[in-house]
Design a protein around this ligand. Structure first.
Ligand code: ZN
Length: 197
């Protein structure tokens, strides 16, 4: 049980398709506990496994602070699949991997989803409002997608400065984050080998 560092934009693990979780294990159970602890510490309402550097199709969600969802227990979604969607709504989203950015995003208003819960039992759930929103945001993470991928090129260009600062790890956050990703190949090419023989 521990608070894990959160991986931020634009670490490659956040762009990769995650692997299916094959079976229940002590390792997965431990990861789930740590993910809840990490999410709560960062005051988040959803966290995907690849946001803590584990490329697995697993996400934890807790929307119980939201009006109308006080009785909603924390959810664990393993290998989630969206079965169907309905309607459309606009909501201002933020992301623990993209601190300092909040943008209005259009998504389906309701969603039907199938997944395995923490005890690996198959569950089907219909969600709306904030719960539907988080489920879709987290499932996107599991497919290597950020919420900013929905923004227009113009909106995205306005965020360019902030995104490149983030890429360099120049962030002010009140939760632990992973060190910025350094592309080893790029670094090497910037410092070519001298012709010393
Ligand atoms: Zn996110």
């Amino acid at each position: 049980m521990s608070i894990l560092p959160i991986y931020t934009f634009d670490h490659p693990v956040l762009r990769q398709e995650t692997s299916q979780v094959e079976e229940d294990s002590a390792e997965i159970a431990g990861l789930i506990v740590s993910m809840f602890e990490t999410m709560n510490n960062a005051r988040g309402i959803g966290l995907a496994a690849n946001q803590v550097g584990k490329s697995l199709a697993l996400t934890v969600i807790d929307v119980s602070d939201f009006e109308g969802f006080e009785d909603q227990k924390p959810l664990v979604l393993i290998n989630p699949v969206i079965l169907g969607t309905h309607g459309e709504s606009v909501f201002e989203e933020g992301c623990l991997s993209l601190p300092e950015i909040r943008e209005d995003i259009v998504r389906p208003e309701k969603v039907g989803v199938k997944f395995h819960d923490a005890s690996f039992k198959e569950v089907e759930l219909e969600a709306d409002q904030i719960l539907a929103r988080v489920i879709q945001h987290e499932i996107d993470h599991l497919h290597g997608k950020y919420f900013i991928d929905y923004l227009s090129p113009l909106k995205l260009s306005l965020l360019k400065g902030r995104l490149s600062r983030m890429h360099r790890g120049e962030l002010e956050v009140d939760y632990p984050i992973a060190p910025p990703y350094v592309d080893v190949k790029q670094k090497k090419s910037r410092r070519p080998r001298l012709s010393r023989m």
